[in-house]
Ligand binder design. Structure first.
Ligand code: UDP
Ligand code: MG
Length: 136
């Protein structure tokens, strides 16, 4: 069951501020992801609240939305066979302390909140998240 998919990837503020944008993009490209669309933007807290609405009841929701809107982010559409799962594997666990060797979060993540990258977690959410940032 292999098929070409697109997924939404975000290089989060902690990574952009440390100038890790190009290194992280190289990792994606070396793993066979094509960067179909990309833009560097800073979003309002209200937009972060919409993006992370699924987490609105969580105790970390407010801090998460403050954080995602705290500085520039790089938003990308990545394409590859089974891109959604492949990206989740390459990112590693949400908590960098639990992430496997070689994953982006193991390499660059600072903490469970400042974990350097976002990636869509399902086909449905990938569609919603790509639409959110790239309406055209
Ligand atoms: N997060 C946090 N504290 C937690 C769990 C998550 O600050 O205890 C943040 C973290 O930045 C994470 C984001 O909320 O990437 C979304 O959480 P999710 O569980 O969806 O993790 P992900 O899909 O990013 O691995
Ligand atoms: Mg998630």
């Amino acid at each position: 069951m292999n098929s070409t998919e697109q997924t939404l990837s975000i290089i989060k503020p902690d990574a952009v501020v440390r100038n890790l944008e190009n290194q992280i993009k190289e990792i994606f490209k070396n793993k066979g992801f094509k960067i179909i669309k990309e833009k560097k933007i800073q979003i309002e807290k209200s937009e972060a609240e919409k993006f992370y609405k699924v987490h609105e009841t969580k105790p970390f929701y407010n801090d998460l939305c403050e954080y995602l809107s705290s500085g520039p982010i790089v938003v990308m559409v990545l394409e590859k066979e089974n891109a959604i799962l492949a990206n989740r594997e390459l990112m590693g666990a949400t908590n960098p302390k639990e992430a496997s060797e070689g994953t982006i979060r193991k390499l660059y993540g600072i903490s469970i909140d400042k974990n350097s990258v976002h990636g869509s977690d399902s086909i449905e959410n990938a569609k919603i998240e790509i639409e959110f940032f790239f309406k055209d």
